[in-house]
Design a protein around this ligand. Sequence first.
Ligand SMILES: O=c1ccn([C@@H]2O[C@H](COP(=O)(O)O)[C@@H](O)[C@H]2O)c(=O)[nH]1
Length: 276
Amino acid sequence: MNKKQLFEQIKSKKSFLCVGLDPVLENVPKHLLKYENPVLEFNKQIIDATKDLCVAYKPNTAFYESMGLKGWETLIKTWQYIPKDIFTIADAKRGDIGNTSAMYADAFFNEAKSDMSFDSITVAPYMGKDSVGPFLEHKDKWVILLALTSNAGHSDFQLHETPEGKLYEEVIRISSQWANSDQLMYVVGATRGSEFENIRRLAPDNFLLVPGIGAQGGSLADVCNYGLNKECGLLVNSARAIIYASKGEDFAEKAREEALKVQTEMEQILLSAKLI
Ligand SMILES: O=c1ccn([C@@H]2O[C@H](COP(=O)(O)O)[C@@H](O)[C@H]2O)c(=O)[nH]1
């Protein structure tokens, strides 16, 4: 999906919500345990309940890798179940020496080899251009580079002052020479609301993947204050606050209610910004 198509989806759904599909077997409602694959059934029901309210799904691969072979199969079947007009993000945070990155890229982009072809993957930037390049060689796919993350440890490295500015600023400045905003997004935590003005100065046209509203307490209003651009430019993720809104038989209904609350707030924001 290209940038224009993504913006069209945002306008038509009046939403820039990304639902995080981070399932944990222990949290799956008990009545689903009768299914051969309870986690897959959980994901399917969450997708059915939210697909008209969101423009993206982001399975974090850790939640699937932790289940071994079954988990990998669940990830593939979850990707296959997501409607094709919805943007997909493999939150895998990969990146290695070039020939290894090429294998990671195949794992998430090359359906003929791996049975999955996500629209995008999250990548750690710290091994540099030759580690990110193999992902960018897939011209119809997106790389989402970690810039300023939502966790407390973001300050350990990302805020370090370099002669050129903070380290995360350098990540954005240097990587924007590797690809343009048609192929490169950045991860910026919703908990970093005050930094969005600065980030938009460095990356005016790039989409930002913004985790951290909901369970982590980030503010959607703060993010949008400076984060919006002329094509919206934001995919705001929420996982636990939506998928675990209830752990009972009504989990899908409650997930929809939570997603609808976020979508309704997003619609108001898009209207105020005259983007819809
Ligand atoms: O800076 C980051 C980068 C990635 N994440 C991931 O996003 C989701 C957030 O889930 P919630 O349940 O809504 O907190 C999860 O997959 C994280 O690994 C992030 O939170 N912050």
